[in-house]
Design a protein around this ligand. Structure first.
Ligand code: NAP
Length: 229
């Protein structure tokens, strides 16, 4: 919602003629709409803009204070039960946000969408999420506006050369090997195709170990514990 592109996405889906069930649509609840009733209103408005009856995944975009998040999440659960969304989850949640959510949640979030790429691999957060049955979904999987920095990482370049693939494909393939959902964004048809083909790459143990070592920190997007939107 906060990206202001639901109207365009809705029109594009309609114009494409692709059957609804072949498309996976996610939207997110922005901070100003958090709260029990306002969350319910927010998804219904998003659906109007998207010209859809349901989304496939609805996420709380950003953690607010624990009580407000709990109220918003209760609304998400009801929206899920009522068929307005096929899955629910959260985004930018750290351990403590999830632990507090578990105190009131009746449905464990299906997804936690967080910044995740070769430099910020979120190993411990993923372990925690998987233990609770939550899938980690990587946003900025090829380092977003810093993609040129990712393309210049030498060990990735060497692995890409070995497999006759691009550096972006190797970085995406690594996340897939770790059972992390990826949502790379591109407006370039050739790159969209290239990114889809990352699914068929098989990295060996040596490749995986070399990429594991790139986990050096350097978050690109704000840390939810240190910013107040
Ligand atoms: N939950 C959150 O708080 C949050 C925050 C940030 C992002 N997100 C979501 O995460 C998704 C992806 O994140 P993102 O767009 O920030 O980052 P990203 O997917 O890591 O990177 C996108 C950038 O990489 C370029 N690119 C794509 N494929 C490439 C390829 N094969 N080779 C070279 N360059 C390539 C794109 O250029 P072109 O488009 O010009 O091809 C674009 O500049 C978005 O859909 C966004 O909605 C969520």
């Amino acid at each position: 919602m906060v990206y202001g592109n639901e109207g365009e996405v809705g029109r594009a889906i309609k114009d494409s003629g692709v059957p609804r069930e072949d498309i996976f649509v996610t939207t997110k609840l922005w901070n100003g709409d958090q709260g029990y009733l306002s969350t319910k209103r927010a998804l219904k408005k998003s659906l109007q803009r998207l010209q859809l009856d349901y989304v496939d995944l609805y996420l709380i975009h950003w953690p607010k204070d624990y009580q407000k998040t709990a109220d918003s999440y209760q609304a998400l659960e009801e929206l899920y039960r009522d068929g307005y969304t096929r899955a629910i989850g959260v985004s930018n949640f750290n351990f403590h946000h999830l632990e507090h959510l578990f105190e009131t949640a009746e449905i464990i979030p299906h997804v936690n969408q967080v910044e995740c790429h070769v430099k910020v691999q979120n190993v411990k957060l993923q372990d925690f999420c998987m233990k609770h049955g939550i899938y980690l979904e990587a946003y900025a999987p090829i380092m977003s506006h810093k993609v040129s920095e990712l393309l210049a990482i030498e060990p990735l370049q060497e692995i890409a050369k070995k497999h006759h693939k691009s550096v972006a494909q190797i970085a995406l393939s690594y996340l897939l090997h770790k059972d992390i959902i990826i949502i790379p964004k591109s407006v370039t048809p050739k790159r969209i195709d290239e990114n889809l083909k990352a699914q068929s790459i098989h990295l060996d143990d040596e490749d995986l170990e070399a990429i594991r070592k790139l986990n050096s920190g350097g978050k690109i997007f704000p840390d939810p514990d240190n910013i107040d939107f």
